[in-house]
Design a binder for this molecule. Structure first.
Ligand SMILES: *[C@@H]1O[C@H](CO)[C@@H](O)[C@H](O)[C@H]1NC(C)=O
Ligand SMILES: *[C@@H]1O[C@H](CO)[C@@H](O)[C@H](O)[C@H]1NC(C)=O
Length: 458
């Protein structure tokens, strides 16, 4: 007891130590370089600590990570030769003229999730190498084409989830992002006002009408004599890009965790590598909802209420390596559901009420044929007699019960015993209409249709 306490104290002391001393081992740069990254110190110790940024190299490029630091502006003593500046989730409100002009090597600038409501026309001057500019989730209402002029190489501009005011002032910016060759500038951004345009994409808004409407003395939307008839706006369906946060670095990530989602959001961006949909209320994965997310390597669906996964739900996820389905309400996998996952390496299945009856055999069969997949948490919760058993063990006893002389293969026995707790199964099968009695792995079943008859008769 005493010894244990002493050990614990020692451990605690040791883990507290590095915090008191100088920070160790963060990044490739020495203490001097790190010092430079700190704030100017005028405002005292607390401020300085908050402003300390992380500098690192990756693939030969220099990153300065200043995310989540309550910053309201950039610091003059930051290194000037950085290629990527990460300023997400700070408190920046205004982008002033020449604010970034000392960072002449900058290729990407992430300013998402600040409070930016104004961009001066020269804010980005000097950024001739910039290709990626992220301004989503801010408070921008208007901006002009001028702000983009200093960035001839800009190919990727994100400005969605800003309350764009689609009036005449915005006309030049809208025209620029509507140029066909600028296909990655301003995608998903929508007008917040006027009411007649609310919800319309900046990419699609009819530019002719913007200034025409503004010139009218009385701008009540429904009445202007020169107005073209427009389809009614609204139906602002929540989509992935407005509900969730996307990050470009270090890997493109879509973070939709804890957003009270009931369904997979529409308009999933196609270039995402990690998608976090955990802690929502999703119950049902329908076919082909991830079809466009072709680069996805990690999909996290843990802590939802998933009870149904349709065949082809994972279609298109050719390169998925990790799938987290833990803490859901899954009873089994329907035949064929896993067949789209060619490169899966890790499958988390814990905290689901797996039912150990014949329906679970497909999952075991698939895992057997994909020995490279590392899986966890496959434990029977029902029926009572198998509760707590690893599902593989249950399947072994199941096969063991069969009379040896009639056993022709591992999986093609026991059709006669099937049909215990099948309400669930019928529900799912009936819903999709895809699975017609696919309780056996299909190829085996088709090969020996007659065996079943014989066994049943005996
Ligand atoms: C999925 O999300 C949960 C909750 O945020 C987290 O605990 C878990 O580690 C994530 N899984 C993976 C594979 O990243
Ligand atoms: C499992 O999911 C429920 C909601 O479905 C949540 O309340 C709970 O915290 C989750 N448990 C874990 C261990 O994440």
């Amino acid at each position: 007891m005493h010894l244990f306490t002493i050990l614990l104290l020692l451990l605690l002391l040791r883990s507290a130590e590095p915090r008191r001393g100088p920070r160790s081992g963060s990044g490739a740069l020495g203490p001097d370089a790190r010092g430079r990254v700190r704030g100017r110190g005028r405002a005292g110790v607390v401020r300085r600590q908050i402003q300390e940024c992380k500098e690192y190299m990756e693939a030969g490029e220099k990153y300065l990570d200043c995310q989540d630091r309550q910053l309201t502006t950039v610091m003059q003593d930051w290194p000037k030769d950085i290629n990527h500046l990460l300023l997400a989730r700070n408190k920046i409100q205004v982008l002033r003229d020449n604010m970034f002009s000392q960072f002449t090597q900058l290729k990407s600038l992430d300013l998402q999730q600040n409070d930016i409501s104004m961009v001066e026309d020269g804010a980005f001057s000097g950024l001739s190498q910039l290709t990626t500019l992220l301004l989503q989730h801010n408070r921008l209402k208007t901006a002009t084409e001028e702000v983009l002029l200093p960035m001839p190489r800009l190919t990727y501009l994100r400005i969605y989830d800003n309350p764009w005011s689609c009036h005449c002032l915005l006309d030049s910016l809208i025209r620029t992002i509507q140029v066909p060759s600028n296909r990655n500038l301003g995608n998903y951004a929508k007008c917040a006002e006027p009411p007649s345009l609310r919800g319309q994409k900046l990419k699609k808004v009819s530019v002719e009408s913007l200034c025409a409407a503004d010139n009218q003395v009385d701008r009540r939307p429904e009445e202007g004599p020169g107005r073209q008839p427009r389809p009614p706006p609204f139906k602002v369906k929540p989509d992935a890009t407005s509900m969730c946060h996307t990050y470009m670095f270090p890997k493109p990530l879509l973070d939709c965790s804890s957003k009270e989602l009931k369904n997979i959001p529409a308009d999933l961006p196609s270039d995402i590598v990690k998608m976090d949909l955990s802690s929502n209320g999703i119950q049902h994965l329908r076919a082909k909802q991830f079809l466009l997310a072709k680069d996805l390597k990690l999909l996290n669906l843990s802590s939802n209420s998933l009870s149904r996964i349709d065949t082809a739900a994972f279609a298109g996820l050719l390169y998925l390596r990790e799938l987290d389905l833990s803490n859901n309400s899954l009873h089994y996998f329907q035949y064929g559901v896993l067949e789209d996952l060619y490169f899966l390496r890790k499958l988390s299945l814990g905290d689901n009420p797996w039912i150990c009856d014949y329906n679970i055999h497909y999952l075991i069969y698939w895992l057997k044929h994909h020995p490279g997949v590392f899986y966890t948490g496959l434990i029977c919760s029902e029926p009572q007699e198998f509760r707590g058993w690893p599902v593989e063990e249950y399947v072994k006893t199941y096969n063991g019960e069969c009379p040896k002389d009639k056993q022709t293969g591992q999986m093609d026995m026991g059709q006669g015993v099937q049909g215990g707790s099948d309400n669930e199964a019928q529900e799912v099968v009936g819903d999709t209409g895809v699975d017609t009695g696919g309780r056996l792995p299909r190829p085996l079943k088709e090969k020996k249709p007659n065996r079943f008859e014989i066994i049943r008769l005996s």
